[in-house]
Design a protein around this ligand. Sequence first.
Ligand code: SF4
Ligand code: SF4
Length: 272
Amino acid sequence: MSELIKWYAELRQIYRFFKAAQGHLENTLGVSVCKQCGKCCHTNVLVREIEALLLVSETPPADLLKIGSICEGWLTQDNAKFTLYEGIPIAKAIDGKLREEWSSIIFDSHCPFHKEDNTCMVHDSRPLVCRAYGVTNTANNCTRPPGNGETSTQKACLGGKPAELLKNICDDFFKRLHDTGRGWTKSAFLPTLVYRHINPTDFYNLVDSGKIPSAKLVGSDTPLQIIWENQAIADRLGIPVEFVDEKMLRKAPAFSQVNLFHPPQIINAQHP
Ligand code: SF4
Ligand code: SF4
């Protein structure tokens, strides 16, 4: 446990760096980088295990009950259009129909933590991908008003040395975390991982009784199937998973959109 606490402290520090980066960007642009329209929460985000663990550890027990029930609702409702691929081979796991269903969860649904008043239920513990949007990631579809030097369709994000520094910090953190071999850098949908940590027994019962479609489990470490990118490549090539290296991961076009093992992309953009 103490090892995990050390990683939590580092992750919280990274979250603080993102907040500072946001402040720096807002000073440069002269506008707030978010007007809380909620548009970017009309998607489901993939997060790393460590972020879901930290979110659960930071949430007071009374709120965990509510969050757990929201996640359970998301996992078990509106599933008519999704398929349960019990027992399909891992190598085919993210191809074809499952990939389509998985993509539709990302792009055609909304995060269950998004509230009607456009605020985030887990704002203080929200994952990096949410913190990076419009800060270290270009957010041209963002509805905020343009700042200094921007247009409504061309938004700036943090660039130059500050972005480089932040990227190096994130890369270093996730590399060291990955090297522990504990699986804390693996990714899956936010509510899937959060629910699994809040209520593992119920989670696995729902999986075993076929109540959660496979697309919502992609990337999650379930007894049903483990669909990690390197595991899938190992299966396809018929080699042990520890022989899968970065070169093979890069050469796997069928999985290129999944990027389960890579730290967040921090894109440099021109300062206005
Ligand atoms: S789209 Fe832009 S303004 Fe709207 S919530 Fe997202 S970051 Fe904020
Ligand atoms: S976690 Fe919060 S900020 Fe991130 S997508 Fe969900 S509602 Fe939006």
